[in-house]
Design a protein around this ligand. Structure first.
Ligand code: HEC
Length: 227
């Protein structure tokens, strides 16, 4: 089964402005990791995580019900980010960067279809690592909230990761387990989207409760599906 459209609601996760801010921040990190071979060696894993998240954001912008300056370039952002996430060397990553940089400025590549299988936006490993890293960052935010917009983007990123995870069912070996996989990923999406909304409205207590409930689904899914 091909899921050519987001199975869960994108607009619950964030506005195009929040998605674009997140993509810009990740692109900045990627650019820094490409500065020298040493920086790349240090930052290659982070680069893959960042590019994986940008791929999801590109598709999310393309399918978001709200228009934005990057809606048309969304599929190009997705395509360039996927190439970069899969680059196996410093040279390949460097070669892939200009397309992503251009797409994030709104340049539309020819022959890039708008529709895409959400299950193929990211490999599972970097997305899991990104969700893990953002959860750690969000725990610090809960202790000391600073900027509602920037703070909320940690849980927004997890909600985006949940959408990609929902569609990427290759780890489900028994088809009878598919409903459980989908339910857990959908719960993660729902609670992290609610946590993000709560941070934006400066309701840290609700954000904490939603985040904690969301994190329970990580454990439940790993108990069932992680070898
Ligand atoms: C719907 C199921 C599901 C959910 C929800 C889920 N994970 Fe995972 N996770 C997996 C599976 C399956 C693996 C093993 C992947 C593999 O072996 O490549 C995994 C692996 C991981 C890994 C190890 C890295 C790796 O790829 O082997 C980390 C870290 C991780 N998950 C973090 C998280 C966090 C944090 C959350 C919640 C915010 C989460 N996961 C939610 C299914 C899930």
């Amino acid at each position: 089964m091909v899921q050519a459209q987001a199975p869960l609601k994108i607009e619950a996760v964030g506005t195009p402005a929040a998605l674009m801010a997140e993509a810009a921040e990740k692109a900045d990190e990627i650019h820094q990791a490409l500065a020298t071979p040493e920086a790349y060696k240090e930052g290659a894993a982070q680069l893959k995580q960042g590019a994986s998240l940008i791929a999801v954001i590109g598709q999310a912008l393309a399918e978001h019900p709200e228009d934005s300056t990057l809606k048309a370039a969304g599929p190009s952002i997705r395509a360039a980010a996927i190439t970069l996430a899969r680059a196996g060397s410093y040279e390949d990553a460097q070669k892939a960067w200009p397309k992503l940089e251009g797409a994030l400025k709104g340049e539309v590549s020819a022959d890039v279809p708008a529709e895409f299988n959400w299950g193929k936006l990211s490999r599972m490993h970097p997305m899991m690592e990104e969700m893990n890293g953002r959860a750690a960052k969000f725990r610090r935010v809960l202790r000391r909230p600073k900027d509602p917009e920037a703070d909320s983007r940690h849980v927004m990123a997890i909600a985006l990761g949940a959408m990609a995870t929902h569609a990427d069912t290759h780890e489900v070996k028994d088809p009878n387990d598919l409903p459980q996989w989908h339910a857990l990923a959908a719960q993660l999406h729902e609670h992290m989207a609610k946590a993000a909304a709560a941070v934006r409205s400066k309701d840290i207590e609700t954000a904490k409760n939603e985040f904690t409930t969301g994190m329970d689904t990580c454990q439940k899914c790993h108990d069932k599906f992680q070898d």
